[in-house]
Design a protein around this ligand. Structure first.
Ligand code: AMP
Length: 659
């Protein structure tokens, strides 16, 4: 036997063995023999690389990392399917079909939730495979498709050309295994098998795709040369004979039979090793299909029945509260593991306090869960009849589970928030805000550097900023000596900031830059502000009673007191540098329009406010003066119409100086 003959024989034997092993689950060759023959084949191919053929079993994981995927124009477009959501809609579909083809019969199949691909064979050899893309143009993912064991690289019958359509999916078992591995490696988890399959099929490195253990179910012949079929069932049977893994399919004489089959598929979806997102009903006769034709988007001879989201009962083992970076307390139910739409669910979102109260979810309850946006499961309802005796209503904590500070409910929503000024859960966000331009304005202290400092254990509260050592900072990743010094300088400079900037930095609810400026000017020092009573606070312009209460609450918390003390000890300025508020312009409202040459808008406003005046954005009969700079526009016209006194820049300066 010459080399070419031996190679040919080895390939045939190994291809056969692969098929028996992966497709028939009935191997006739021992693993030992298989490995032995495969090794022999590899050796021969290494010696005679010119004799390697693309259908050789050694070629499943070959090739190198691709730079990208080239485009493939589909010879026959990969169409979409029209959706139906009820039996009535399905019957309506049937009526429309029968208008054109009165004797139509159907085939019903599960709708695999994966990625559509087209596989091209020439003379029986797999030559190219592409994703669906937009249906007309897809991407060439041949290398990755070759790694799928159930895609035959050579077919028993060598037709000149054959294009097969199928759905690539990640078996549920592989999905769970891969996510377990990713969890251990600290990699982000795949949300569902479909995302995992999509990510894997578009891997540029076929070795990674191979590890993902993708599979395929084929369901259509897109194009065939050298053979004719009269029904869909015939084509599927032919594909089976050609060693493809074919979608489970059932002949249905009437739409009623289709409905029964759809129900059966829905009921047994747990038993499939692939996710489904519906069932497909197809007219079986190929001549009927031709008569029915297609709309611009989908064939008129098929419909995809979409199941309502899967729901499962499980029990609530615990209700835990997580604190997010913005301080919001989010409750989560820990549930007994249950399989749902392709993944094992172990917890469900409870959204917020109101949600728990409205559904009256209690620890120990049996609940129905479903996946809403496919990813995070939610509780649909509580099965009250199954409630164990002694189950008590859930009491939402009044303290932050992370730092123990009091929690408050947002004025304008259902969110409950931790008020801890030093809460570890909110540290990153609090620090980024603390250092931001309108607050302490510490240049170089953005989110990335804040994260680095926290990770290095150098920051546990905002106060720690003022105890950083340059030697520690310079050791951080990507932080040279120079930038460490710059950061230290910026922190040092921030100690001299006006009280208003510090007040902004504290992140008291509803105390933004503007309120901080007013408060700082009004009270003159942190001490005075901290001892102010509610009435005194609420009397300040721009500070209402709710804000006054927020300020009182904030300063009454031990964490806040600790933070202020730390900052004070570090030498951070605690007094206002602004001129004390005058009252010469009090009771007067100004509108600024156009461009002043001597001040920015902001400066002009500050000057007016420093004298007790108010600045408003629009002209009304209550406006006392309009200050008009260059190129003043509609506000000036409006002021003229309302006969409001208009000051030009020099008149404005005179007014300020006089006072
Ligand atoms: P849609 O994208 O929702 O319009 O549905 C069409 C998709 O369903 C196509 O991408 C098909 O690949 C996919 N599909 C899954 N299983 C089947 C099946 N048994 N028959 C036809 N299409 C299927």
């Amino acid at each position: 036997m010459d080399v070419a003959q031996e190679l040919q024989q080895l390939r045939e034997e190994l291809t056969r063995a692969n098929y028996e092993y992966y497709m028939l689950d009935a191997p006739t060759m021992s693993d030992y023999d298989f490995d032995h023959k495969l090794r022999r084949l590899e050796e021969l191919e290494a010696m005679y690389p010119e004799l390697i053929t693309p259908d050789s079993p050694t070629q499943r994981v070959g090739g190198s990392v691709a730079e990208g995927f080239s485009e493939v124009v589909h010879q026959v477009p990969l169409e979409s399917l029209q959706d139906v959501f009820s039996v009535e809609e399905l019957e309506e579909f049937d009526r429309r079909v029968r208008e054109t083809t009165p004797d139509a019969v159907y085939d019903t199949e599960p709708k695999v939730d994966g990625l559509s691909v087209a596989l091209e064979y020439e003379n029986g050899v797999f030559v190219r495979g592409a994703t669906r893309g937009d249906g007309r143009v897809g991407e060439d993912v041949t290398q990755n498709l070759r790694t799928i064991r159930s895609i035959p690289l050579r077919l028993p019958e060598s037709l000149p050309r054959l294009i097969v359509r199928g759905e690539v999916y990640m078996p549920k078992s592989a999905f769970e295994r891969i996510n377990r591995e990713r969890e251990v490696q600290g990699k982000p988890l795949f949300a569902n098998p479909r995302n995992a399959a999509a990510g894997s099929l578009r891997q540029l490195d076929p070795r990674i795709a191979a590890e993902r253990r993708l599979d395929i179910l084929v369901f259509n012949i897109q194009y065939v040369d050298g053979k004719t079929f009269s029904t869909h069932t015939e084509t599927l049977e032919y594909l089976e004979s050609q060693h493809f893994r074919v979608i489970p399919h059932t002949f249905c004489a009437t739409i009623g039979e289709c409905t029964q089959r759809i129900t059966a598929i829905g009921d047994s979806r747990e038993n499939f090793d692939f996710d489904i997102d519906g069932a497909v009903v197809k007219v079986n006769d190929l001549t009927d299909r031709e008569k029915l034709g297609s709309t611009a988007k989908f064939p008129r001879w098929a419909a995809a029945y979409k199941y309502p989201p899967e729901q499962k009962p499980t029990t609530v083992e615990d209700i835990v509260i997580q604190v997010g970076r913005t301080g919001v307390l989010t409750p989560k139910a820990v549930v007994a593991p249950v399989r749902l739409a392709g993944t094992t669910v172990t917890n469900a979102t409870l959204h917020n306090q109101d949600f728990i109260a409205e559904k009256d979810v209690r620890i120990g309850d049996t609940v129905l869960v479903q996946k809403a946006g496919e990813i995070i499961p939610e509780i649909v309802s509580v099965l009250k009849e199954k409630r164990p005796a002694g189950a008590v209503p859930f009491v939402f904590p009044s303290q932050c589970p992370v730092c123990g500070a009091a929690v408050v409910r947002d004025e304008d929503g259902a969110a409950i928030r931790c008020t801890g000024a030093e809460c570890p859960a909110q540290l990153t966000r609090n620090l980024v805000h603390f250092a931001s331009r309108d607050a302490m304005d510490i240049e170089g202290l953005g989110p990335a550097v804040v994260e680095l400092l926290i990770q290095a254990g150098l920051l546990k509260t905002p106060g720690d900023l003022y105890h950083l050592q340059i030697t520690d900072v310079a050791k951080l990743d990507r932080m040279g000596k120079k930038s460490a010094q710059n950061l230290m300088d910026a922190i040092e400079r921030s100690k001299e900031n006006d009280l208003s900037k510090l007040l902004t930095a504290l992140g008291i609810r509803q105390v933004g830059q503007k309120a901080a400026q007013v408060l700082s000017r009004q009270f003159g020092s942190m001490e005075a502000l901290m001892t102010a009573g509610e009435e005194e606070l609420a009397a300040v312009p721009d500070v209402g009673s709710i804000t006054a209460q927020n300020i009182l609450d904030w300063f009454s918390s031990p964490q806040s007191k600790h933070l202020i003390q730390t900052l004070k000890d570090a030498g951070v300025n605690m007094v206002s540098k602004a001129q004390p508020v005058g009252d010469k312009l009090s009771g007067l409202t100004f509108v600024l329009t156009g461009e002043l040459s001597g001040f920015s808008r902001k400066e002009a406003s500050e000057r007016i406010e420093a004298l007790g005046g108010k600045v408003s954005g629009s002209v009304s009969s209550k406006t006392s003066y309009a200050v008009a700079g260059e190129a003043a526009g509609s506000k000036l016209r409006k002021a003229q119409e309302l006969n409001i006194p208009i000051l030009d820049e020099s008149a404005f300066i005179t007014l300020l100086e006089e006072n």
